[in-house]
Write a protein that binds this ligand. Structure first.
Ligand code: BGC
Ligand code: ZN
Length: 394
């Protein structure tokens, strides 16, 4: 955008308040260092070639990855900084765009930006850094790039995904939805190896945000779904499973083999429990020609004994596949944005019920940690600003 002379004069002598904004950050490597701070405010021209999109942040979700960063188990600051602005699950409203931003994104658009940025491998060069070969990766709010837990951010239009205005409150769930979309999308892509694949029975392990969203997506694809998790029903998460027309089973009552006997054979299993020993039980419970998707990032050093001959033989004689998945591509975000709209019409009000634990504003960093650690939390999120009437259509 070309600034007129009054504008550029104003820009060269901004007041301190104009130049800074509030953010929540950590000192990576120092446990308990989560804090609020003032940081420079971004401008649309920070992104080259007129592709900048300046976004006013509405809501930012936090998850287990943020918790690990706060505990100093994960995360690195951008080069030259000793702090990292956290927050990768973003939702915002566009305030300004550069001259080379396509028409789908305009001031007032509701948007979510992806998390990972290109490194150097051939996949990164085609915008598929979610399957990078690089060892170092760049993720906003996680690794080497500042995140979104601030009043504004600027991003290259290549990574900014527009959303239907009706998603102005639940759109903060798009990033975790994209992670589930990628895993399920990979499963369907892999199953093209079979001359026909008509999945009927799906199993999701883990009833946290990702597990619930994976169950939602599988229901939207027409599968019968079982969700297997530790806690006994009834509680909010099991109620949400019921509300999808899916079935909840607790590992406190039943083995996975038993559940597979009743509810399988499972054509697709999505593992999102965070507890790696369940992977091997899932491998045993998988049906013939089935696909097992692993999405839990397990940083520990746990070892278990497994039924190695039986699992191996089951995979060989049953032509089964196991696949790992992380992060998401722009396409996964776009599919997720469509599925959120579909979810609002098929399971009206369901997404909103995931938003259990709001934190107000960017000044109370301790409250963010408390919300994450609250046992009743499904999704904790920081409320930063309200949408303008432009995007708020409800
Ligand atoms: C994020 C992903 C990211 C992964 C590993 C997850 O919490 O949602 O985008 O790739 O952490 O850093
Ligand atoms: Zn995440």
């Amino acid at each position: 955008m070309i600034a007129d002379s009054a504008d550029s004069a104003a820009r060269s002598t901004p007041s301190a308040a104009d130049r800074t904004m509030r953010a929540i950050a950590v000192h990576p490597g120092t446990a308990g260092s989560i804090h609020s701070r003032d940081v420079p405010r971004p401008a649309v021209a920070d992104v080259p070639d007129g592709r900048g999109v300046l976004v006013r942040v509405l809501r930012v979700g936090v998850d287990g990855t943020d918790h690990e960063i706060v505990q100093a188990e994960y995360g690195r600051p951008p080069e030259g900084d000793d702090f990292l602005i956290i927050g990768h699950e973003n939702l915002g409203e566009v305030v300004e765009v550069g001259p080379n931003v396509a028409a789908g994104v305009r001031p007032g658009s509701l948007v979510v930006s992806t998390v990972r940025r290109p490194g150097h491998s051939i996949y990164d060069r085609i915008g598929r850094q979610d399957v990078t070969l690089d060892d170092v990766y760049y993720e906003r709010g996680i690794n080497l790039l500042h995140g979104y837990l601030s009043e504004w951010y600027v991003e290259d239009a290549a990574w900014v995904v527009p959303l239907a205005p009706a998603l102005s409150s639940v759109g903060v769930l798009l990033e975790p939805t994209s992670v589930a979309e990628k895993g399920i999308g990979q499963a369907y892509a892999i199953q093209r190896r079979l001359p026909v694949w008509r999945p009927e029975h799906g199993l999701v392990i883990g009833a946290g945000t990702i597990g619930l969203l994976a169950a939602l997506i599988l229901r939207l694809r027409g599968l019968e779904v079982t969700v297997y998790s530790r806690r006994r029903a009834p509680y909010l998460n099991s109620d949400l499973v019921d509300a999808l027309g899916a079935t909840y089973a607790s590992s406190s009552d039943r083995s996975l083999a038993d559940v597979a006997h009743d509810r399988g054979p499972f054509d697709v299993i999505f593992e999102a429990s965070g507890f790696s020993p369940l992977v091997w039980e899932a491998a045993e419970a998988l049906g013939k020609n089935g696909v097992l998707v692993l999405s839990s990032v397990t940083g520990g050093d746990r070892r278990v004994e497994i039924a190695s001959d039986r699992i191996n033989e089951g995979f060989v004689l049953g032509n089964k596949v196991m696949v790992g998945t992380v992060n998401a591509s722009r396409d996964d975000f776009e599919r997720g944005a469509d599925d959120l709209v579909l979810a609002e019409s098929r399971f009206s009000g369901w997404l909103e019920r995931l938003l259990t634990t709001p934190v107000s504003g960017l000044d109370d960093a301790a409250a963010v940690l408390a919300a994450l650690e609250d046992a009743a939390t499904i999704k904790a999120y920081v409320e930063i600003a309200a949408p303008t009437s432009n995007t708020a259509s409800r």
